[in-house]
Ligand binder design. Sequence first.
Ligand code: ADP
Ligand code: MG
Length: 253
Amino acid sequence: MSDVVLRTHGLVKRFGGFVATDNVSLNIERGARHALIGPNGAGKTTLVNLLTGTLPASEGRVELLGQDISSLSANQRVERGLVRTFQINQLFPTLTPLQSLAIAVASRHDAARRWWMPMGHDTAIAAEAEALLSQFRLQEHADRLTKELPYGKRRLLEIALAVALKPRVLLLDEPAAGVPAGERQEILATVAALPSDVSVLLIEHDMDLVFSFATRITVLVSGAVLTEGTPEAIANDPQVRAVYLGSTELAHG
Ligand code: ADP
Ligand code: MG
């Protein structure tokens, strides 16, 4: 028996008469480094929005760790460990990365409804924020204002803030988009290095990054799953090749 942490059954999303998500059933296994690829407009971001509860599904359901979470709010899903990255425009521009991380760590403790603050609680939060800072290679920027960080470092901070919430499943929608080619690998390397109890679903259009990162790939076309398999199987799949044939950028969107 495989160990599935996130499962969807027949997810459908309609915008009026347009079907953006077409009967998607997807399994993310424990510890997965799973990539979701597909042409621009394939419905990748919409699917993430259905998983997180940002958008209500028209049909189908989502299970996290064996429990149906379809009716839970986005915040309730985060509390259960289904976390997507923050977007840059959600960062606090005039706080430092360390301050922002401390807030994220503290919010997780609050979510556990601790009315009693044990001795050393504050020190523990600071230590955890410092550890995240070094894990995401932000130490040298610890005391700069977030708005003054290089773009690639702000994207790393987005991921660090999501990891501060102790996700079981982490959803990353193009975390390296807009980052210069030479710095993208660093971003994906920090994600790949997360502990194996964090399962990752990554949307990425840079195929070099996808194939260096993923152990499993799902291909989405016109809202539906075209195929799913190992990187090797996907790279050699004639259907997948046909989808990308002649496109200058492999799967941007
Ligand atoms: P991808 O992330 O794969 O590029 P999206 O999920 O953003 O694709 O979009 C899939 C399709 O759904 C696109 O055709 C897009 O125009 C459409 N779409 C996305 N969000 C909405 C919305 N809120 N209302 C109407 N159509 C939408
Ligand atoms: Mg998208």
